[in-house]
Design a protein around this ligand. Structure first.
Ligand SMILES: *Cc1c(COP(=O)(O)O)cnc(C)c1O
Length: 335
């Protein structure tokens, strides 16, 4: 499995009309802090609220004629992307989930026109149900990150970044399974080899970071995080994103939950944006002094806005937030 620039150009044509070309806007506050332009790629402007619509649309629209429908197990941004893209192409979509998934998430997926199949008490059992649908009903499973069409779809963000700001010194990419980072890093490095690509994750349960350090895919314990969209593994049988991240990322950086808390406040008070914790890890790394010294403009991807509004309100009002066995001490925002 591999990805080429031609695949990403094809993806751009395919997703046009479903996913939008998002703006790249300057953050005056973060630019002052960085000493260079600091730019925000606003993927929260996608119709599903997250960039995953790009990869999902490229995968769904790339399927041959005659496919009876698609399925996936994600209850988060990928599930929303698959549901939206399938409806746009007039295909049946079935999202498999465990019975522990909250009703609000089920309603959100159904509102996008997808069927929901509740099976079992874990994500693994939901996965088995998806496999069964593929075998018995001829549905095609759309993977969340480890897939060439998905990576090429996310890579369209890299093309747009280079068109808007070919002078970027650094791109900070929120990193989980690595579909986003692999696609952007491949596109940007191919066009501009001198631009530095940094993957950023939370320090608890960063599967790609641990895998790159080990030299092969490893499992990490999954714990609650403000950056919940960055949780989960990369797959021990990872076929694509591990190799691409190893080849095209210059570095990976980890940030703490306290640093994410503060960066969510910064993005809200300074840039007036409502976004999930996964978006702000690059901002958190800048504020914590963890980035290499910038030599020119920087950009980060504001990846999604699927944030729990109760948690968000607690953070912007400076209250404590409890994540499993960790309680973050609240503090009002101060620039
Ligand atoms: C999925 C996701 C990511 C990470 O993308 P990967 O391709 O899994 O690395 C980042 N932010 C948000 C909001 C996401 O939904």
């Amino acid at each position: 499995m591999s990805v080429t620039l031609a695949d990403i150009l094809t993806a751009r044509r395919r997703i046009q009309g479903t996913a939008v070309r998002t703006p790249l806007v300057p953050s005056p506050h973060l630019s002052r802090l960085a000493g260079h332009d600091f730019l925000l790629k606003l993927e929260i402007g996608q119709p599903t609220g997250a960039f995953k619509l790009r990869g999902a649309t490229n995968a769904v629209f790339g399927l041959p004629e005659g496919v009876s429908g698609v399925t996936c197990c994600s209850t988060g941004n990928h599930g929303r992307g698959v549901a939206y893209a399938a409806r746009d192409r007039g295909l049946r979509a079935v999202v498999c989930m465990s019975e522990l998934v909250p009703q609000a998430k089920i309603d959100g997926i159904k509102a996008l026109g997808a069927e929901v199949k509740i099976g079992g008490r874990s994500q693994d059992e939901a996965q088995i149900e998806a496999r069964r649908l593929c075998e018995e009903e001829g549905l095609v499973e759309i993977p969340p990150f480890d897939d060439g069409r998905v990576v090429a779809g996310q890579g369209t963000i890299g093309l747009e970044l280079m068109e808007d700001r070919p002078d970027l010194d650094m791109v900070l990419v929120p990193l989980s399974g690595g579909g986003l980072a692999a696609g952007i890093a491949f596109a940007v490095k191919t066009i501009s080899p001198k631009t530095r690509l940094i993957g950023v994750s939370m320090d608890r349960g960063a599967a790609m970071h641990a895998s790159l350090a080990a030299g092969h895919p490893v499992e990490v314990e999954e714990v609650a995080s403000l950056a919940d969209s960055l949780g989960g593994g990369i797959g021990l049988d990872n076929k694509l994103t591990f190799d691409l991240c190893r080849q095209y990322l210059d570095d990976t950086i980890l940030v703490t939950e306290d640093e994410i808390y503060r960066a969510m406040q910064t993005l809200y008070f300074e840039d007036r944006l409502v976004a999930e914790g996964a978006c702000v890890v690059g901002i958190a790394a800048l504020q914590a002094g963890k980035l290499p010294v910038p030599r020119g403009p920087l950009a980060t991807i504001i990846t999604g806005r699927s944030v729990d509004m109760d948690v968000f309100t607690r953070i912007v009002t400076g209250r404590d937030v409890t994540l499993g066995n960790l309680t973050l001490q609240g503090q009002p925002y101060a620039a």
